[in-house]
Design a protein around this ligand. Sequence first.
Ligand SMILES: *Cc1c(COP(=O)(O)O)cnc(C)c1O
Length: 462
Amino acid sequence: MKYISTRGQAPELTFEDAMLTGLARDGGLYVPETIPKLSTDDIKAMAGKSYEEIAFQVMRPFVGDTFSDDDFKGIIERAYKDFGHAARAPLVQLDHGHYLLELFHGPTLAFKDFAMQLIGQLFQTALSRRNERVTIVGATSGDTGSAAIEAFRGLENVDVFIMYPHGRISEVQRRQMTTPSETNVHALAMDGDFDDCQARLKDMFNDFEFRDGVRLAGVNSINWARVLAQVVYYFSSAVSVGAPDRKVSFTVPTGNFGDIFAGYIAKRMGLPIDRLVVATNQNDILHRCLSGQGYYKGETSPSISPSMDIQVSSNFERALFDAYDRDGNAVSKLMDELKQGGFDVNQGAMEVLQSHFDSGRASEEETSSTITETLKSSGELLCPHSAIGVKVANDKPASETPMITLATAHPAKFPDAVEAASGIRPPLPERMADLYERDERVTRIANNLDALKDHIKGNIRQ
Ligand SMILES: *Cc1c(COP(=O)(O)O)cnc(C)c1O
């Protein structure tokens, strides 16, 4: 299995190299050259299997010969063993035909753990075999960073630096990044918003001298291995509501377009998905684009669903690449136009996008009232991100096709917004109940490439 860049100019890589690299050297994102298909019988056979067994079956064809079957099985076992729920991704019913996929039982209480715990094990196995080390730098709107620090803390071959927008993430998110005591992990509070963090990250990757000097690796949602890990729960959940004999739709609270893009990959692999609904908060560039208004950046406005406060959704480039018939030059041009503010999607590409994706948005008030109403109607206490998914799913016309909404974080990760909406302050699960008492360690840093590079060079272990 070969991986190619969405901008058509970077070398083809194996799974291992695409995973260790992250961003392609032409600024693009790696995607598999072809999408392997699972047969209806393969999918049928998933019924009754464990999450780990389904994970192996779904991901195996993408990994090529990077890992033996036994090694890969061991990696998957270790990745999910610390989850707080035996089913890993349990499904609960909200209403007739509407299900909630709880993706928040991992160690940092957000769906990012599904990918990051796996990546931690993949990196460790590959790097120790190669006797190499890397510096991981990430940008986070809150949950990626905490999941990354949790997955990589204490690992011998990896130093980790995570930039987050100072003052714009929840206290639980911040503490999950600043309280681990292992010296290979570093939280950086940047003066700027998430798009600034993401832009500086891209700058570092495009600075080849720095990139090669510190052996930079990326684990942001641009990393193909992360997308891949997320494909699994589309299969496991769809099969439990009747796929492949029945079609299934999904609504996904969306920021960087990674999670929903994994759903698109599941569909391309043969899972009978009817609609993939992008749910956004007031930062609704994707909803506007999918409604035919072009892809134009606005100002990011902080919301009660901070992990979705994003204007430029990195992974959307992967969807555009397919919509433009895998024409790397066309994608490069669009990305240049995006630097000037945005672009219009041509009609053919728009038709392709709309044949897979539908969209909706929720305002701040709608998000809060959905938390209140869902608690009343089903007893489920939603985090604000998940509430946006439920609200957008509820707005879609009734259908015979079951709808699965992804619950992307635990309500205790966003206690202020949840309490304001519901009157209930959700407690942290037992295993992290002392989070508010632990000591914090963080470096405040300017929104400046040189300051970041100096800090990283000065703090990596050699
Ligand atoms: C990251 C995140 C999202 C957005 O997911 P993308 O893959 O970036 O679209 C939604 N909700 C929560 C809680 C998140 O952490």
